[in-house]
Design a protein around this ligand. Structure first.
Ligand code: HEC
Length: 134
């Protein structure tokens, strides 16, 4: 009986490990609504609400995709998001703090704090996966 519960425990940890691996969001599994919108809501929307604020970009769930993908940035010659190519996407450079290297200006985003590298990578993978709308 003790052996059995031990096995059950091992099975449970394996399931947890596999669950967290799939949660890492491989490029082809990063969803906009599931993975990117929560980041925008938690770290960006407070300042980028209507699009009339500095930066000129509303980032709430209904507006964000249309304001990002294929739209020229105000601060650089790059599009905010170029599907499939993080390096050509100004959004990526703003959160990775490499925006000055691509001719951009201003602070890294989110202004005043910066973004956890894991979250930067989620945004980058979503872009590399073609920046799907769902
Ligand atoms: C505290 C307020 C604040 C927060 C939070 C914030 N921003 Fe900004 N954002 C600004 C301001 C102000 C500017 C314009 C000045 C600058 O770039 O430094 C800007 C500019 C931008 C630009 C440039 C737009 C363009 O077209 O050139 C992008 C992209 C951007 N923000 C994305 C984000 C993202 C993504 C987040 C969340 C991860 C975020 N911002 C969080 C205030 C904020």
């Amino acid at each position: 009986m003790p052996e059995r519960s031990c096995l059950a425990g091992a099975g449970l940890s394996l399931a947890l490990v596999l669950g967290s691996i799939s949660g890492l969001a491989e490029p082809d599994t990063v969803g906009f609504r599931e993975h990117v919108v929560p980041i925008l809501n938690a770290h960006c929307v407070a300042c980028h609400l209507t699009g009339l604020e500095q930066g000129g970009i509303a980032l709430h769930a209904r507006a964000a995709h249309g304001n990002l993908v294929g739209v020229r940035s105000e601060q650089s010659g790059l599009n905010r998001v170029e599907p499939g190519d993080r390096q050509a996407s100004y959004l990526y450079h703003k959160v990775a703090n490499t925006h000055h290297e691509v001719g951009g200006e201003g602070e890294p985003m989110p202004m005043g704090g910066g973004l956890d590298p894991e979250l930067v990578e989620v945004i980058a993978r979503w872009i590399d996966a073609g920046a799907p709308a769902e």
